[in-house]
Design a binder for this molecule. Structure first.
Ligand SMILES: *Cc1c(COP(=O)(O)O)cnc(C)c1O
Length: 404
């Protein structure tokens, strides 16, 4: 049974005060909070089996290696990858995207085309622009509509036999729109293009099945799903990962090194140069266990309830406009009130202990589309409550009164 009050007890940070008020944490799309179960795993690692992995014959090294590899298997099972070696530990979504973009430098030539969407986070735009600069490939953009949805007929028109790669997010971090990636993947494959899905915003809410989706690459960060910062995963189909050149050179990723020639290690180690974030990887596995214990079905039902409630309550405030009005969205509300600057509202909310995001949310093209400098973004997680939403609504009303 899902009981939010019981769940909240797992998160020590939720009982702290900010500016003398109980913390209301609505910046979950930037990073999620960490439950005690995951904190315990981190403390246990450094207290009991901190050691470098894969190379030691000693007991600590073997224990750390076993736990790290067990985490890889947990991630494999969670995302339904066919093989554990298709899961590459990264430092996060940004690293995963850069790894793939760098690898595609070897495959693209001048005038090849790659397609991005108008709804992307900068980390799924900039690495590809760099790739295009290196190779002479052309970047095309799937446009969006007023509701914050991708215009699929325009996407269809962009596809051709020149299209080599398509990269879109599963869920937009700025608006919460859930993109029709099944369609995008299917259509891209029809012209022989590979697809990378940025799953940083979907994985806290949805369990993607990478085989059913037929995604070529799927990336996410642990810190968006109750895990620590500085660790994430890149899923890649085995055939692609075998073809892609390594990203970084160093220890761990080699088979044999001489000054004449180095041969690379097998997957996944070919892409895991240097000492990884061992503790982070293990804690990532623990975070996935935690989320599965809460249950994604429960999470989905409850977060939808929060989203509906918050949308209704906020829209009662005169002059408040919500950006991102697709009926397929996660529990994210991006909004502005009249011409008041989002930053000023955010500052007043902080005085009330309420944490929201203000600004362009690393998605400037979306703000340009709406011709606004930014929004106030409240993003809800399964540990938030309706009482907290009431506090937000009161806070926004107060800010509006003070600022208009
Ligand atoms: C957070 C986020 C990223 C970046 O993740 P990092 O952990 O900072 O690498 C990329 N894309 C989306 C959609 C995000 O929400």
């Amino acid at each position: 049974m899902f009981n939010v009050e019981t769940i909240r007890q797992d998160f020590p940070i939720l009982s702290r005060k900010v500016n003398g008020k109980p913390l209301v944490y609505f910046d979950n799309a930037a990073t999620s909070q960490t439950p005690q179960q995951v904190i315990d795993v981190i403390v246990d690692y450094y207290s009991n089996y901190n050691a470098n992995i894969h190379r030691g014959v000693h007991t600590l090294s073997q224990e750390a290696t076993d736990l790290y590899e067990a985490a890889r298997h947990k991630i494999q099972a969670h995302f339904n990858a066919k093989h554990a070696h298709e899961i590459i530990f990264t430092s996060g979504t940004t690293h995963g995207i850069n790894l793939v973009a760098n690898g595609f430098s070897s495959f693209l030539k001048k005038d090849d085309e790659v397609i991005v969407s108008a709804l992307e986070h900068h980390s799924n735009i900039v690495p590809w622009q760099m790739l295009c600069e290196r190779t002479g490939a052309i970047l095309k953009v799937i446009p969006m509509n007023e509701d914050g949805e991708l215009i699929l007929s325009e996407f269809d028109a962009l596809l051709s036999k020149n299209t080599k790669l398509v990269f879109v997010n599963h869920v937009s971090n700025a608006l919460g729109t859930i993109n029709p990636i099944e369609y995008i993947i299917k259509k891209s494959h029809e012209v022989g293009a590979a697809v990378l899905i940025d799953g940083a915003q979907s994985t806290p809410h949805i369990v993607p099945d990478v085989q059913a989706l037929d995604a070529d690459f799927y990336v996410t960060s642990a810190h968006k799903i109750c895990g620590p910062t500085g660790v994430g995963m890149l899923y890649g189909k085995e055939a692609w990962l075998k073809k892609l050149p390594p990203y970084q050179g160093g220890g761990e990723m080699i088979d044999e090194v001489t000054f004449e020639k180095t041969t690379y290690a097998d997957l996944p180690h070919k892409f895991e140069a240097g000492t990884p974030n061992i503790c982070g990887g293990i804690a990532f596995g623990a975070a996935i266990d935690y989320m599965n214990n809460v249950g994604f079905e429960n999470i989905s039902v409850y977060e939808t309830e929060l989203l509906t409630y918050a949308t209704e309550k906020l829209l009662e405030i005169e002059g408040l406009k919500i950006y991102g009005t697709s009926d397929k969205k996660t529990s994210v509300i991006s909004f502005n009130i009249e011409d008041i600057h989002p930053y000023d509202v955010g500052t007043i909310l902080d005085k009330l202990g309420i944490a929201v995001r203000t600004g362009h949310h690393c998605a400037q093209p979306i703000m340009d589309f709406y011709k606004i400098p930014g929004t106030i973004r409240a993003s809800f997680s399964f540990y938030n409550t309706k009482a907290e939403i009431d506090a937000l609504v009161e806070g926004v009303k107060k800010a509006k009164m003070m600022l208009s």
